[in-house]
Design a protein around this ligand. Structure first.
Ligand code: F6R
Length: 613
């Protein structure tokens, strides 16, 4: 949720830290700050409420100079967004800390420190950690040992970076439940919440594991200590996606760039996973074949947009593979007494691979593996090396590349493609005509998506009908119901228009009461077996004076009229239609947000990677 960046370099670090914060701003953007140890051995600090630009402005007038520093962009959990609550937090004026996550037992620890005479400056849980480490440092005179002692007392999820004026060429980092990577440079090293933050200085990274503590220092380089206290070696990975991923290029917003990347990233997600006319199940990892043959049902768990992808997959798995499937949001699943029938495959979906609820759900499922019917856990994820992929038995990486816009777009459609690969791999009748047809359709999908993107102009025009509205209703049936849900989520998250989605057949059971001329109704209507039923539902809307916007195949006999606008979406195999119909709904929400002048890439109150519960 928050973004951390830290640098131990042979040059001034202010520019490196600031650039890192700009690249991490998608993770949180209510305040930002930086602390640098200057050549005189004093900690200097600048913090500002608001976006990184506000901090940058302060640094113009009060630059920080030094070769070691830590910085942070915040998404508030404990304490309102304000300068005083912004990180880094200091203790005894000698220690500075930045932290991402939540310290669950901070209240008793705070009382204990207050009992010792500590006066707190902020409302944050982080400041408690700062004081605990500073106190332990007095006893140990070793920053890494002081951090370890403190972490033993802390409950919760965190990633943190600490420096101390009395250990002037060291930074110590730790991760448990929140991501942290080490950027490996030449005679300089870095820490960050996301490799993207450091691409301007290195393309080599170590992805820390759960419970790791790391020390960067001049004389000992990078030392890692595992959760059990033993020294650990972790591999160095070269970053795979070029630095262009972190820039908007010709596009006005990351979201628009990412919408337009979908044909290419879907082609990349398919690459090497199809052979002739069938899916290579080995793409899911060693042992996938044996495991898949035994699967009798599927449990899918995810959050937000990823959950919507799971909802589409349920229709596919049941219809194409005949497998009973449940789909559930992770925050509910993790606290339920889940009944697991024999031979169930547990599947998590996540762009980031660090979503706290999804990770907790995986751990809950794994803790029950011996006594329940779970065969194994598969993660469909976009971030290599993420906690979710490391902790799952099998993983299929979507190849969406870094997604910077807070509203998920290309991660969703690549998840759908990955889920179709899974569906085909789980079918008992492998290699039949159905698989051949769908593999062909998958190969042609990037071209169909290019045509869907060509709807941009007409959709930009259509968006004017929404910009002044306060509510909108989205309707779909079958696999298009989750697409309607996703369309409504996109609209509300970036344009702040209240939007709801219903399976169209539910309309007359309540929501129809909302329909009037001020409530635009969007319907997704591909030419599938439910089309005639959907058309009747649409008549119900028209009869109540509702304004209807229908996305439909060319072949659908619907004629535009006064309160009915029809936009044609390129035709595709009916099973892949949810992927294609997602595009115009993404474009619609984007254009409405642009008209409303909202912050498209960083909508209010949200953050990209939800690493807190
Ligand atoms: C919405 C959105 C969120 C995420 C959700 C799960 O546009 O991005 O709803 O889908 O927070 O995140 P991941 O997929 O990273 O687990």
């Amino acid at each position: 949720m928050c973004g951390i960046v830290a640098a131990l370099a042979a040059r001034n670090v202010q520019g490196i830290l600031l650039e890192g914060l700009k690249r991490l701003e998608y993770r949180g953007y209510d305040s930002a700050g930086m602390a640098v140890l200057n050549e005189a051995g004093a900690l200097t600090r600048q913090r500002a409420k608001g976006k990184v630009a506000a901090l940058e402005e302060k640094l113009v007038h009060g630059a920080l100079t030094g070769r070691i520093g830590i910085a942070h962009t915040r998404w508030a959990t404990h304490g309102k967004p304000s300068e005083v609550n912004a990180h880094p937090h200091l203790a005894r004026e000698r220690l500075a800390i930045v932290h991402n996550g939540i310290i669950e037992n901070f209240e008793p620890l705070k009382r204990e420190l207050e009992g010792d005479g500590v006066v707190f400056e902020s409302e944050t849980d982080t400041e408690v950690v700062a004081h605990l480490i500073a106190r332990a440092f007095v006893e140990t005179d070793d920053l890494l040992a002081a951090v370890q002692t403190t972490l033993d007392r802390i409950d919760g999820a965190y990633a943190l970076a600490v420096m101390h004026a009395d250990a002037p060429r060291e930074i110590v980092g730790a991760r448990k439940g929140s991501p942290l990577v080490v950027g490996v440079g030449i005679d300089e090293n870095f820490l960050a919440s996301d490799a993207l933050a450091l691409l301007q200085v290195t393309d080599r990274f170590i992805y820390l594991q759960e419970g790791d503590v790391v020390r960067l220092s001049d004389n000992r380089g990078i030392e890692i200590v595992a959760a059990d206290g033993s020294p650990a070696e972790r591999p160095v990975h070269a970053f795979e996606h070029g630095d262009s991923a972190a820039s908007r290029g010709e596009y006005r917003h990351f979201m628009l760039k990412e919408i337009h990347e979908q044909p290419a990233v879907i082609a990349a997600t398919l690459e090497g996973r199809l052979s002739g006319s069938h899916v290579l199940e080995s793409s899911f990892g060693v042992g996938a074949r044996g495991l898949f043959e035994r699967v009798a049902q599927v449990h899918i768990v995810a959050c937000g947009t990823s959950y919507h992808a799971g909802m589409v997959a349920r229709y596919w798995l049941e219809k194409l593979a005949g497998l009973p499937t449940t789909v559930e949001v992770a925050s509910e699943y993790r606290y339920r007494e889940v009944v697991v029938p024999a031979d169930t495959l547990f599947v998590t979906l996540s762009q980031s691979g660090e979503t706290a609820d999804t990770l907790a759900a995986l751990r809950y499922a794994k803790s029950r593996a011996k006594t329940s019917g779970y065969l194994g856990a598969l993660a469909i994820c976009n971030v290599p090396g993420s906690s979710l992929t490391r902790e799952s038995d099998l993983a299929l990486m979507t190849q969406a590349g870094p997604e910077i816009g807070v509203a998920s777009t290309k991660a969703f459609t690549t998840q759908l493609v990955a889920l179709m690969l899974l569906t085909l791999s789980l079918r008992k009748s492998r290699g039949d005509e159905r698989e051949t047809t769908l593999v062909q359709a998958l190969r042609g999908l990037p071209t169909v998506l290019d045509s869907a993107l060509a709807m941009d102009g007409p959709i930009a025009e259509l968006s004017e009908a929404f910009a002044e509205k306060h509510h909108a209703l989205f309707l779909g049936r079958g696999t298009q119901f989750p697409i309607a849900l996703e369309g409504a989520l996109k609209l509300k998250e970036i344009s702040y228009i209240h939007a709801e989605a219903y399976p169209a057949g539910e309309l007359k059971h309540g929501p129809l009461a909302l329909v009037d001329a001020d409530m635009p109704v969007v319907a997704v209507a591909p030419n599938d077996e439910l089309l005639e039923k959907l058309k009747s539902n649409l008549q119900e809307v028209r009869a109540r004076g509702g304004e209807l916007f229908v996305f439909a195949d060319e072949g659908v006999a619907l004629t535009a009229a006064d309160n009915l606008r029809v936009l044609h979406v390129p035709a595709v195999d009916e099973f892949l239609a949810p992927i294609v119909y997602t595009i115009p709904l993404q474009l619609l929400s984007y254009h409405v947000a642009v008209l409303k002048g909202t912050d498209v890439d960083q909508p209010r109150n949200l953050a990209k990677s939800v690493t807190v519960e």
